[in-house]
Design a protein around this ligand. Structure first.
Ligand code: ARG
Length: 266
């Protein structure tokens, strides 16, 4: 009896070993290459990384993340399809299999790394608090934000950062960055927490807004990376190759600058 059990165990573990080493079944790279296309999840209300604009009269998703996605598509030799959704659904779409990659200014936090694979980072980010210019004096310390209304993007790390640092503020998550900015611009909310590179365009367009002198902590893990479902080791390597060569040619900064120029021109 014992012998049979042992044999069965050996046979079983042998089977699972074979299953694990079969690339086709376990790596998302093969899945994408078989399909001939990669679906990229993003929330396109985040200029200069992803936003919608009219190109030849057609609503088109553009931005630095779009250029990065296209470069990855070229490297893999597949078509790129963008799937637009609200930011709080972007990572979940990898789990449900709706998307193959998520490129949406996503910070590769330790918490998210437990559930998703991430590429190397491609852009450093820094958090800022935006308020009305005439409140610069009044909202000058963390304590000044007590019982003030602060809006953040739902599902973003800024939601946590605001809660952890502006502990006595009333924090409300909203779906779109544009809504957040309008709330503060028209005085419905007192402040919003956003990353500097995104805030820049809104500050350019809204003369009554400014960056508060209150600094929020920024972490290395806040830097943007491409997210993929777990089991994407080979895909991650390819994505890292693309990021490395784009960085070497300083292309990411060029993409960001070009997209920024386009976004403020509207
Ligand atoms: N970097 C922040 C995060 O990962 C915000 C990203 C928001 N992206 C967007 N496309 N709205 O949580």
């Amino acid at each position: 009896m014992k012998k049979i059990v042992t044999l069965a165990t050996v046979a079983l573990s042998g089977f699972s070993l074979v299953a694990c080493s079969s690339d086709k079944n376990t790596d998302n790279l093969a899945k994408i290459q078989d399909k001939g296309k990669m679906v990229v999840a993003m929330s396109p209300e985040f200029a200069p990384f992803e936003f919608k604009t009219l190109i030849d009269g057609k609503d088109t998703i553009v931005g630095a993340d779009v250029e990065l996605a296209k470069a990855i598509g070229d490297e893999l030799g597949v078509d790129v399809e963008f799937s637009a959704m609200s930011f709080d659904n972007v990572l979940a779409s990898l789990k449900s299999g709706k998307a193959d990659l998520a490129i949406s200014g996503i910070s590769a936090t330790a918490e998210r790394q437990k559930s998703y694979d991430f590429s190397d980072s491609y852009y450093e980010s820094k958090n800022v608090i935006i308020i009305q210019k005439d409140k610069l004096q009044a909202l000058d310390t963390v304590d000044d934000f007590a019982s003030q209304s602060v809006v953040v993007q739902k599902g973003s790390i800024q939601e946590t950062i605001a809660k952890d640092n502006l502990t006595d503020a009333n924090i409300t998550p909203l779906t779109k960055v544009g809504e957040m900015v309008s709330e503060v611009a028209n005085g419905k909310a007192d402040a919003l927490v956003l990353e500097e590179a995104i805030a820049k365009g809104y500050l350019e367009k809204n003369a009554n807004l400014a960056v508060s002198s209150v600094e929020l902590p920024s972490d290395d893990a806040d830097a943007y990376a491409v997210a993929m479902p777990k089991g994407s080791k080979k895909l991650t390597k390819k994505v890292n190759d693309v990021i490395k060569s784009l960085k070497e040619e300083d292309k990411i900064n060029t993409f960001v600058q070009e997209a920024y120029d386009l976004s403020v021109k509207e």
